[in-house]
Design a protein around this ligand. Structure first.
Ligand code: S3P
Length: 438
């Protein structure tokens, strides 16, 4: 998909069958960044070739790293060691990818050269103070514009810190861990909630001394990283769209194969179970230090639920899809403690509420969440994906259960995390088509 592509969705189809989802976005970003810092050659299979991760790919190449691409998803990467990256010739463009800019900031502050991290107008609106603050406490020299990108990084020496994170965020945690790896003494992070731990798992598998004690994570600097040999699991955050589609418009069981079920990511499974969904984990195995399973979902009616606390961070990317599920669930769904949704690619509470209202939904927006009473009748309309992949995909789901045709405009962004989403829905029996002005 390119340009201002739109998706035309017809309701009425009943889905069934089996599907796979692309590689995990968080792990794909990390495979490139950590592989670049390793001493030696990494092998990566099952990489997500999406807009966000390909932005990281280009940044890593601009830092002097050679990547040999064997297919859309498999590559060999020649790591340059902890301090062997090369000064980039131009600002590094992270496009829309928050994970790219925040993790790379942690790496670049400890390199012996200056660099600039930048991105799209959308990324330039997102808060960077959450990473620049701890990095400056470590001694990093960063100039920014009111706490936003572009970030002008001087590069240099860092000292270890003990840092209590004000919000649960895997991007912030990972940024500080990466800077900690390059610092002169140990760094300890205290996290307020269980944010995804892929960085810790991967660093440990590469030989880095990362220790966890409850909510405290400590990294000792200096150790050379061994290269990766990694098969990226399917992305549970992409599978979530298929799970919700199956629950809302499934005909019989739908199986999604090879999905990562790291416990810091399975909030969506817990929430859907609370809403009455039957999702079975079959063939549970471990691949490259991450638990993986086939998910088998039984279509069925959902009931509303109250969601807050630690569950929020474990399902943070799934709330746009959950808002659609809540419009179809019987009774009241209340989400609280989720103000972080307002600083994602878009303000996902405001944007999803606004777009679902165009389809006739009634949503009560709250500062840290929302309240939806279902089931509600949705009527097809023209809606806007706002260049936010998870918003656009959620609106496609809403279209599947609306009356009449729904057109999701500004849907190119689906490629950022789930290339092949529409084709996968078609394969399961949905009537949706991509139409494109380039
Ligand atoms: C991510 C962390 C989360 C998540 C994002 C990916 C990561 O962001 O929303 O899609 O890969 O570390 P926050 O760290 O801002 O919560």
């Amino acid at each position: 998909m390119n340009g201002t592509q739109q998706v035309r969705v017809q309701p009425g189809a009943r889905l069934s069958g089996a599907a796979r989802v692309p590689g995990d976005k968080s792990i794909s970003h990390r495979a490139l960044i950590l592989g670049a810092l390793a001493s030696g050659t990494s092998q990566v299979r099952g990489f997500l070739p999406g807009g966000d991760t390909l932005a990281t790919w280009r940044c890593i190449e601009a830092l002097g790293v050679t990547i040999e691409r064997h297919s859309a998803t498999d590559f060999t990467l020649h790591g340059r060691g902890l301090r062997g990256l090369q000064a980039p010739q131009a600002p590094l463009n992270c496009v829309h990818a928050g994970t790219a800019i925040r993790l790379l900031a942690g790496v670049l502050v400890g390199q012996p050269f200056a660099s600039v991290l930048d991105g799209s107008a959308q990324l330039r609106r997102r808060p960077m103070e959450r990473v620049t603050r701890p990095l400056r406490l470590m001694g990093a020299q960063i100039a920014d514009t009111d706490g936003r990108a572009p970030l002008h990084i001087a590069g240099g020496r860092l000292s270890g810190i003990t840092y209590e994170m004000p919000v649960a965020s895997a991007q912030v945690k990972s940024c500080v861990l990466l800077a900690g790896l390059l610092a002169e003494d140990a760094t300890t992070i205290i996290e307020p909630g269980p944010a995804r731990d892929h960085t810790e798992r991967m660093l440990r598998s590469m030989g880095a001394p990362v220790r966890q004690d409850g909510r405290c994570i400590e990294i000792a600097p200096g150790t050379e990283l061994q290269p990766l040999d990694l098969t990226v699991p399917g992305d549970l955050s992409s599978a979530a769209f298929l799970l919700v589609a199956a629950l809302l418009v499934g005909r019989e069981t739908i199986t999604i194969e090879g999905v990562g079920i790291n416990p810091t990511r399975t909030g969506i499974l817990d929430i859907l179970a609370r809403m009455g969904a039957q999702i079975e984990r079959r063939n549970v195995r471990e691949e490259a230090g991450e638990p993986v399973a086939d998910l088998v979902v039984q279509p069925g009616a959902l009931a509303g639920a109250e969601i807050g606390g630690d569950l929020i961070v474990r399902a943070i990317d799934e709330f746009p899809a959950l808002m659609v599920a809540a419009t179809q669930a019987e009774g009241e769904t209340i989400v609280r403690d989720a103000a972080e949704l307002r600083v994602k690619e878009t303000d996902r509470i405001a944007v999803m509420s606004g777009e679902l209202r165009k389809l006739g939904a009634e949503i009560e927006e709250r500062p840290g969440g929302f309240r939806i009473v279902g089931p509600q009748r949705l009527r097809g309309a023209i809606v806007d994906g706002h260049d936010d992949h998870r918003v656009a995909m959620s609106l496609v789901l809403a279209g599947l259960c609306a009356e009449g045709e729904t057109v999701v405009e500004d849907a190119r962004c689906i490629e950022d995390s789930f290339p092949g989403f529409i084709e996968t829905l078609q394969q399961l029996g949905a009537a949706a088509a991509i139409e494109g002005t380039q």
